[in-house]
Design a protein around this ligand. Structure first.
Ligand SMILES: [Zn+2]
Length: 507
């Protein structure tokens, strides 16, 4: 999709569809719309006065015009002025682009939101993200594709003045990068596990590495054995598919700050011998969404050439049952030397992550360590399907993650890591247990990981179990037009990008 930024009065923009946004409580206080209205002999005022355009959020009305630049006006309701946010811009852009695609038009125009104090640096990104995320489809396996429809090929963003053009163009480019990476993550998550094996994931990561000129290393079972990664390998030992650990490195600021990101990549989770019930196993090809988000993030960061360093580690394996599989009560020795009593083979993600985190700290010594994982069903119970859980003992890290979440719409909320939760993980026979009982499951999972973080190393754990995939019955009330109704949401990539970006000035 091509983005053109133009400076013109709305009535003079040559376009098939011009998006006109209208607030419920401030219907025509926009000078740009006033002059458009005058050119149309007051037609917009008429529409508003007759109640046909009310500005209610998600309302839309089409008006065919004659004798002016735009052939159609698409009025999009924005709801109340006080509810306006960047995320509403994404939503409006997503809805508009889908409408335009449905009527088989390949081009549309949208004014910036400078009159609402949205800076050009934010606006282009939100518009382009909304469009590209909103038009995403996963139809690779459909013999009959849904779209004989035309694709949206061009979007014109109408800048309010010359001074905004460059910033809008740049931020639209960033939006393009981020949405493309998030859509790539959606593809990775949506692929079934018979396609998306650890080996295939590692191949795709290698492709990303060569496109972006990143260093990459892929460790197999033997290399991991040599490192003593008995925890990760304990999970992997039941699988025929060979496990992989992918290590990627982006150097955008030699000698500067390094952020380490570790992602859980369980490409299928049966639960192991603590087997999941059929309903719980159904979507477990998505249990690698943390690794996918990690790959998407380093791809976007490298593509935007952020002046910072990032090391990404993705721990990839299946969690299967077989004669070789690990069993409840097994004791594993992790790379850190700590021994782990396996009380539940379905709490495998943390067993994979802890060794990846030890490896990260030993060989890459990151200034900040982040891990991201579809880790606990308890995160869904605590925060639902639109907010990811974040756990950290570092207030500054949380502030940055929270700001990145509000900015991107990939919201996060903090859960505590008080010491007393550690008691739930005390083992009689080993250094730690891998589960802490029913209460506070998201927290005890994070407490487990915390044991493997070097003292004084700033660290944050993100649990995306609730947010990484959408389901139809949830989509019905979430009503987010730039998220798919089913399948991978791409959550984590845009969040991590902006989180990492927040460290640039200080680097
Ligand atoms: Zn599991």
């Amino acid at each position: 999709m091509e983005v053109k930024v133009v400076v013109k009065p709305l009535e003079a923009v040559e376009t098939e569809v011009l998006v006109v946004t209208v607030f419920e409580d401030k219907l025509n206080d926009n000078a740009r719309i006033k002059s458009l209205d005058e050119q149309l002999n007051g037609k917009i005022t008429q529409l508003i006065e007759s109640g046909e355009v009310q500005g209610k959020f998600r309302e839309f009305t089409i008006l065919h015009t004659e004798g002016i630049g735009p052939k159609r006006l698409l009025f999009m309701g924005m709801g109340k002025r006080q509810d306006f946010s960047l995320d509403r811009i994404r939503s409006i852009a997503a809805n508009a682009s889908r409408y335009v695609r449905r009527i088989k038009i390949s081009e549309m125009a949208m004014p910036d939101f400078a009159h609402l104090d949205v800076s050009a640096t934010d606006c282009g990104e939100a518009i382009v993200e909304g469009i590209l995320l909103g038009m995403y489809r996963f139809d690779k396996y459909k013999s009959k594709k849904k779209s004989p429809e035309r694709k949206l090929e061009t979007i014109k963003i109408i800048a309010s003045n010359e001074g905004e053009v460059e910033a809008l163009t740049q931020s639209a480019q960033t939006g393009n990068t981020l949405a493309s990476s998030a859509n790539f993550v959606r593809d990775l998550v949506n692929e079934p596990s018979n396609f998306m094996t650890p080996t295939r994931f590692a191949e795709l990561a290698s492709e990303v590495a060569s496109q972006q000129n990143l260093k990459i290393e892929v460790l197999g079972r033997e290399e991991m054995q040599r490192e003593g990664m008995g925890s990760f390998l304990g999970v992997a030992q039941g699988a025929e598919e060979p496990p992989k650990m992918v290590v990627m490195q982006y150097i955008g600021n030699p000698g500067g700050k390094t952020i380490g990101i570790v992602g859980k990549g369980v490409t299928f989770d049966t639960g192991g011998y603590d087997l999941k019930p059929s309903s719980g196993m159904l979507r477990m090809y998505g249990d690698m969404a943390g690794a996918a988000a990690t790959l998407g993030a380093i791809q976007a960061i490298a593509s935007e050439k952020l002046p910072i360093n990032v090391v990404a580690i993705m721990g990839l394996t299946e969690n299967m049952i077989s004669a070789k599989a690990y069993k409840a009560s097994d004791i594993l020795t992790s790379m850190s030397g700590k021994t782990i009593e396996v009380l539940n083979t379905d709490a495998e993600g943390r067993l994979v992550l802890c060794d990846c985190m030890t490896y990260m700290q030993k060989y890459h010594n990151p200034d900040i360590l982040v891990d991201i994982a579809t880790l606990t069903g308890a995160a869904i119970i605590a925060l639902g399907r639109t907010v990811s859980a974040v756990l950290t003992t570092d207030d500054d890290i949380y502030q940055r993650a929270f700001a990145a979440g509000e900015y991107t719409g990939e919201r996060v909320w903090r859960l505590p890591l008080y010491d007393e939760y550690r008691a739930q993980l005390v083992s009689d026979v080993a250094d730690i247990e891998n589960v802490g009982g029913r209460s506070a499951g998201t927290i005890t999972a994070a407490m487990f990981l915390k044991e493997f973080v070097d003292k004084d190393r700033p660290w944050m754990h993100i649990d995306i179990a609730g947010t990484s995939m959408m389901e139809e019955e949830i989509a019905r009330y979430v009503k987010n037009p730039y998220l798919p109704k089913e399948g991978g949401t791409g959550t984590g990539t845009r969040l991590l990008f902006h989180f990492v970006k927040s460290y640039i000035d200080k680097a």
